[in-house]
Write a new protein. Sequence first.
Length: 576
Amino acid sequence: MSKGYRQEYDLLGNLLIKDNLITKGQLEEAYRKHKHTGERLGDILLNMGLISEQDLLKTLAKQLHIEYIDREGLSHVNQALAQMIPESMARKYLALPFSVNDNTLTVVMSDPFDLLAIDNIQKVTQREIRPAIAAKRDIEDSINLLYKKREEAQLLEVLEDLHAQHLEIQERKEEEKVDLESLKQQVEDAPVVKLVDYIISNAISKRASDIHIEPTEKELLIRYRIDGVLHKILSPSKQLQSAIICRIKILSNLDIAERRLPQDGRFTVKFGSREIDLRVSSVPTIFGEKIVLRLLEKSSFNFRLEELGMDNHQLKIFRHHMYLPYGMILLTGPTGSGKSTTLYSILSRIRSPEKNIITIEDPVEYQIEGINQIQANFKIGLSFAQGLRSILRQDPDVIMVGEIRDQETAEISIRSALTGHLVFSTLHTNDAVGTLIRLINMGIEPFLVCNSLTLAVAQRLVRRICVHCKEAYTPSETLIEHFGLQPDRNESVVFYRGRGCEKCNYTGYFGRIGIFELLVVNQSIRNLVLQNALPDIIKRKAIENGMTTLLESGLHKVIQGITSIEEIFRTCMEED
């Protein structure tokens, strides 16, 4: 037990015993559990059901000589105080400005032991911080209420700054007829135009990859996906829902009268010198149409294979296979795991005047000079399979298929690889070994899979620790032992995390990097596939052959200080 925790244990435990809230025996039992789990004493006592949250918080307040604020007290926090710290910081630290006296700001927190949070809030507010304590749930509810009002105020300020006019839009029931001409006129009015412009430009400035416009029962929720994680940005009035959605549908050339069927469209905006392509998807929900906009920059592709996140050993394997004259390389992973970026990096590297490289994609995300790119169009019958047949008549050297979705596409791709073409594509599986199993389950004969597939690559994207607020810390003994990081040399194991700063919007992360798992389909793997071996057996053999798993790849980046252990848990933690 550390000296700090020993002190906390003694003070808190003695106070609880003194107030007849627990017995000495119960305290000793809680301490024994702490030694195994590393949890705080208060959390252990709560989980054991020995004390109530209110009793714990009051005792902690007494121990620290600070104020305890109940739910009623939090209701008196005003809007002006809430604006003293950013919403992202309030949510990150579960901290809320409560009162101010001269140069001292009282901040109610769920964890007043968090000295880092206190220090960062002090830097932002330029005031001395006096912590108070309240229940986590009460603080969360207060933050949701206060910042919702703040967002609405900011939204009104944006409209007022842009000389917005008054706009009235009546809510309509689904079965009521829509006056399209009236709705179009309302949509073309300055307020909605400026509001939609603000939503899009704000998303671009925050590095968002997607904008989600989601109708709920009582409000319209606008969220941005930044570095792979969704963040709530605004909650405009429900009355603005129809106009905002209609404005985006008009921009993307969708049918504004059709609200019962999904639709897809696109449009382009200029942001300074940058051109941004927005892919629009609309689906009907019980509370109205949900719109998702994917943002893609229409600039030349500038990712290099060496910058994606592979280690030197993985890069060596990858380079060897991507220069083979024939065969198939498949990239696997969930949507948004960076598969397309990896494929474009490969094509950018191997393109040359001597090679005829043709792709069929849905959509064509980046335009690469020297490569013939085809946009799939399923409405007119130009599927991946149909496009592949036509590509094979074009004397290709290298073929890239956006995704293998069905047996027909898989069969044509595999036969192309067997007849002297180098084929790249993607597949949705959880790991590299799953690529083999998935193709077989799609109806492809195992011997065809073995003889065509040369490399299967699973990948994920993890957030990078923000370099502006990066700090080192020593992980707990339990964590070190869990990952087998030499528990006899604890002092040498150092992890990193981001404190949170203005640069990273107080998330502690800025940008993303890939982690990879490369399965080389050599003779030993082929033999196991032909013997119908279980996936676990194939994976063990691949690891014996030198394969680095996704988890191992992620842990390497944790130790290097590139990402955090929490990111690895979030993205690729293996099941026991």
